[in-house]
Ligand binder design. Structure first.
Ligand code: GLA
Length: 739
C-alpha cells in the first residue's frame, strides 16, 4: 500500500513485512527515512545541520530549514551542491552547468506498474511515480512494492525539459542509506567455470566498498547483486538488505560509509566511460533495481528474491511450470560429431526418455572449432548427414523434442558474415579489435545488424521444428565504438549495445512463445534478472563437478530461484575437475535446479547409463519442491566440508534436504543438520536416500517418524561414512495425524 501523509510530507510504501519511507521537504531532494521491518506511519525527518563548523556546507530549503547536504540520507544524490558523498546522477548542460538541484514537484499513484521503455522490468501493481524537477530537467522515480514479498522495485528516468541538449553522465537506479551501525557486505565473485563464489566482508572502515563489471556484460566476475547485513546476521536471523539489477550490462553497486556513520547504498549501470546526449524533450531510462529486505537473514532475503522473480519477472507460462529434462551433447562430443554419430546418440538418449535432445555448438557454417563459422546460421548438412529438419524428425521420432544452440550476438572473423560486413562489429577505427574466444562482437546498436540476426535465427526457428533454444554469449565487450554513430555519441555504445540485445531478444524470444529458451554465457557469465526476463532458466556454469557445482548453486541461489538454474549431470571426472564423484551425488545436486544431462551415452559407464531413467523419474517426482518450495540454506560449502540445502512447500506438507560431504574426514565429527521452516506440530515421515559405493542410483538407507519441532530442534545426525562426495537426500512428508 502507498500512502502520503500531507502534513509531515512523508510517503509510506508498506506491505505486511516491510516499510519503505521517505519525506519530500519543499525545495530539496527527497529525504530517505527508512527501509526495514514494518513500522507505523509516524516517522520523523532528521535534523541535519551543524552550522558553524569548518568544512560544513549549510543550505536552506524552501521552508527555511537549514541542513548539511552530506549528512542527509536521500533518495537521489546530485553533485556539486555540498553533498560530498558519491552522487546518484551526474548531468551537464551545453553551457557547462553541472549542478542540478532537484526538488519534489508532483506524484501519482498508478494502478499498474508501467513497463520501462526498451528495458526488461518486473510486472507489478500499484506504483508510486515521483516527479522531481530542476533547471531544465525532470527526474522521475518509480517505486513498486510487491504484496507477497519484502521487495521493492525502483527505477529512474531523466527528461530534458530545457531548450538545449543535456548530457547524462551517470544515472544510478537507486539510493538509500542504512542507519549508523555495524554491517557486512555479502557479494558474489567468480570466473567462468567458478561462478557464484560467496564473499563476506565487514564494512567496518569508512569509505567506499563496491562490486562492479566493466566487461560490457553483467559477468561472472562480480554478479550484479550486493547484500548489506547486520554484522551479526546469519543465514536465518538478522536484518539484511539486498540490491540486484534488472540489467545485463556493466554495472556498479556501492556501499559508502560516510563520516556521519550512515551507509549510503546505491548502484546502477556503470558510468565510468559514459555520456548520453539528451536532446530537448528526450528521456533517458536507467535500469530497474530490485531492493529487498528480510529480518530472517540471508535465506530470508533469497526467498524474497525468489518470489519476486518467479511471480513477477519470469514468463508466468514457464516460471513455476515443470521444466523439460534436457539432454545436451556438448560435454559429450564438443564440436566432434557427425550425422551417424548423432543419430546413434539420439537413439541411445531416446531410450533414457529425457524431454529434449539439444544439439549444441557446431551444427552450422564451417564450425568445427571455435575459430570459424560463428555468425553463419546455415546448417552444415554434410556434417549433420542431411537437412537439419531430418535430424529434428529423428529426435522427435524417439518421443523427445529438439533443441538447438545459437550465439546470435557474435561473429568469427573467419566467417561469411564478417567477410560481407566487416563494419558490423564493434571496433575502434584506430585499432585492431580485440578477440575473445576468436570472436568479435556484432554491433547491435545498428538496426540493420539486428534485422539481419533476427531474420537469420528466426529463419531456422520458423522452418525447422525447434522446441528449445540455448542462447549463448562467449566473450566480453571491449570496444565501445560503433561506426554508425557520430563521435559525440560513442560513449553511449555500451549502453546502446544492451538495449540492442534486449530488442533482439524481443524479436526472437518474444515471437516464439512455444519455444523454451535457456540463457547461457560461457556458463553463468550473464546470470542476471535482465536475462531472467527472457529466459526462464540459465545455464549457470560450465562447471558440473558436483563439489564445485554445490558451491556455485549455493552462491547463485542468493538471488536466483532454483528452477531458473539449469543444472546437468555430466560424466566424472570432467574437463574442469579431476574428482571421481558418485553419479547419485551429481544427480542430487543437479536436482536442486532445472535438472538435465550432458554426456556421450556411448561412453558413459554402462551401470551409470542404466541408472539415468531412475534419476529422471526422481527429478520429475521431486520437481514440485523445486518449483514451489521455499529455500533454507543449512550448511555452507564455503570454508566447510559439507553442503546442505532444504526446500519446504509453502503449506509445510513436504520438504527435502539435500546434503553432501566433500571429503572423508576419518574419525572426525560431522555436523548436525537442523531443518527449518517446518510445521512444529506436524508429524513427518522421513526417508533417507544415500549415494552408496558400487551403486549408481541413490539407495534408501533409513526411515523414521518425527515431529517438525523435534526435527528443527533435535536435528538430524547424518551418516556420512560412505566416502568422498557422499550425498544424502532426506524427504519429509507430513502424516495426516498431528503430533
Ligand atoms: C559455452 C557454453 C557451453 C557450450 C559452448 C559451445 O562455453 O557455456 O555450454 O555451449 O559454449 O561453444
Amino acid at each position: 500500500m502507498i500512502t502520503f501523509d500531507a502534513e509531515s510530507r512523508i510517503f509510506y510504501l508498506e506491505n505486511e513485512q516491510i516499510t519503505y519511507a521517505f519525506a519530500v521537504p519543499e525545495g530539496r531532494s527527497p529525504e530517505h527515512l527508512f527501509f526495514g521491518p514494518r513500522c507505523g506511519r509516524d516517522l520523523t525527518t532528521g535534523s541535519y545541520s551543524q552550522n558553524g563548523l569548518a568544512h560544513q556546507i549549510i543550505r536552506k530549503d524552501a521552508s527555511g530549514f537549514a541542513y548539511n547536504p552530506t549528512r542527509v540520507p536521500q533518495e537521489i544524490h546530485t553533485a556539486l551542491g555540498g553533498d560530498f558523498g558519491e552522487p546518484t546522477v551526474l548531468l551537464g548542460d551545453s553551457a557547462g552547468n553541472r549542478r542540478f538541484d532537484l526538488s519534489f514537484s508532483a506524484f501519482r499513484i498508478l494502478p499498474v506498474k508501467p513497463a520501462l521503455p526498451g528495458l526488461p522490468s518486473l510486472r507489478g501493481g500499484e506504483t508510486l511515480e515521483l516527479i522531481l524537477t530542476g533547471r531544465g530537467v525532470t527526474v522521475t522515480l518509480l517505486y513498486t512494492l510487491f504484496e507477497d514479498c519484502g521487495v521493492l522495485a525502483r527505477s529512474l528516468s531523466v527528461r530534458n525539459t530545457g531548450e538545449a541538449p543535456l548530457s547524462v553522465r551517470k544515472a544510478f537506479s537507486f539510493a538509500f542509506s542504512l542507519p549508523v551501525g555495524s554491517y557486512k557486505a555479502v557479494s558474489l565473485w567468480g570466473a567462468a567455470g567458478s561462478e557464484g563464489q560467496l564473499q563476506n566482508q565487514p564494512l567496518s572502515s569508512f569509505g567506499l566498498f563496491g562490486v562492479d563489471s566493466r566487461r560490457g556484460f553483467s559477468s561472472a566476475i562480480h554478479n550484479p547483486f550486493l547484500a548489506l547485513a547486520e554484522e551479526t546476521a546469519t543465514e536465518d536471523r538478522g536484518m539484511v538488505w539486498g540490491a540486484n539489477l534488472v540489467w545485463s550490462g556493466s554495472f556498479a553497486l556501492h556501499a559508502e560509509r560516510m563520516t556521519t556513520g550512515l551507509v549510503r547504498f546505491q548502484g546502477g549501470f556503470d558510468a565510468e566511460d559514459f555520456a548520453w546526449k539528451l536532446e530537448p524533450g528526450e528521456s533517458f531510462q536507467a535500469p530497474e533495481a530490485v531492493l529487498a529486505f528480510s529480518e530472517e537473514g540471508l535465506s530470508g532475503l533469497s526467498r524474497a528474491y525468489h518470489t519476486a522473480y518467479l511471480d513477477h519477472l519470469i514468463d508466468p507460462a514457464r516460471a513455476r511450470k515443470p521444466r523439460p529434462v534436457v539432454f545436451n551433447n556438448w560435454e559429450g562430443t564438443r564440436f566432434d560429431f557427425n550425422g551417424d554419430g548423432l543419430r546413434e546418440m539420439i537413439r541411445l538418449t531416446g531410450d533414457l526418455s529425457p524431454d529434449v535432445f539439444a544439439l549444441d555448438d557446431g551444427w552450422f557454417g564451417k564450425r568445427n572449432d571455435a575459430f570459424s563459422g560463428l555468425g553463419d546460421w546455415t546448417p552444415n548438412e554434410a556434417k549433420l548427414g542431411g537437412p537439419l529438419s531430418d535430424l529434428a524428425a529423428c529426435v522427435r521420432k524417439t518421443g523427445m523434442r529438439f533443441g538447438l544452440w545459437f550465439e546470435p550476438e557474435m561473429v568469427n572473423a573467419d566467417s561469411d558474415l564478417f567477410r560481407a560486413h566487416p563494419d558490423w562489429v564493434l571496433r575502434t577505427p584506430c585499432d585492431t579489435p580485440a578477440e575473445g574466444r576468436s570472436q568479435l562482437v556484432l554491433d547491435l546498436t545498428r538496426p540493420e545488424v539486428r534485422d539481419y540476426v533476427a531474420a537469420a535465427v528466426n529463419r531456422i526457428l520458423d522452418n525447422c521444428p525447434v522446441d528449445y533454444v540455448k542462447w549463448d554469449c562467449n566473450r566480453d565487450l571491449t570496444e565501445g565504438y560503433s561506426s554508425s554513430l557520430p563521435a559525440e555519441r560513442q560513449q553511449e555504445v555500451f549502453y546502446r549495445q544492451i538495449l540492442g540485445l534486449y530488442n533482439l531478444l524481443d524479436r526472437i524470444v518474444g515471437t516464439h512463445p512455444d519455444i523454451f529458451f535457456e540463457g547461457c554465457s560461457s556458463g553463468g557469465s550473464r546470470t542476471d534478472p535482465g536475462m531472467l526476463a527472457y529466459f526462464p532458466q540459465i545455464w549457470i556454469s560450465d562447471q558440473s563437478d558436483c563439489a564445485a557445482r554445490a558451491k556455485i548453486q549455493y552462491g547463485i541461489s542468493l538471488f536466483c530461484p532454483l528452477p531458473a538454474q539449469s543444472c546437468h549431470v555430466t560424466a566424472s571426472p570432467n574437463r574442469r575437475a579431476a574428482h571421481l564423484t558418485p553419479i547419485a551425488s551429481r544427480a542430487a545436486i543437479a536436482g536442486l535446479g532445472a535438472a538435465g544431462f550432458e554426456f556421450d551415452p556411448r561412453r558413459l559407464p554402462p551401470e551409470e547409463l542404466a541408472a539415468v531413467p531412475e534419476l529422471i523419474r526422481r527429478f520429475r517426482e521431486d520437481e514440485d519442491l523445486v518449483l514451489r518450495g521455499e529455500l533454507h540454506r543449512l550448511l555452507s560449502p564455503f570454508g566447510g566440508n559439507w553442503f546442505a540445502e532444504e526446500l519446504v512447500l509453502p503449506d509445510q506438507s513436504a520438504a527435502r534436504i539435500v546434503a553432501m560431504k566433500f571429503l572423508e574426514n576419518f574419525n572426525q565429527p560431522d555436523p548436525r543438520i537442523y531443518p527449518r521452516g517446518l510445521s512444529p506440530d506436524t508429524r513427518y515421515r522421513a526417508e533417507i536416500f544415500s549415494s552408496v559405493p558400487g551403486k549408481a542410483a541413490p539407495q534408501k538407507t533409513g526411515e523414521f517418524l518425527m515431529s517438525g519441532r523435534s526435527l528443527m530442534h533435535f536435528g538430524l545426525r547424518p551418516d556420512f561414512s560412505a566416502g568422498d562426495f557422499q550425498s544424502l537426500i532426506l524427504t519429509l512428508r507430513a502424516e495426516k495425524d498431528a503430533v
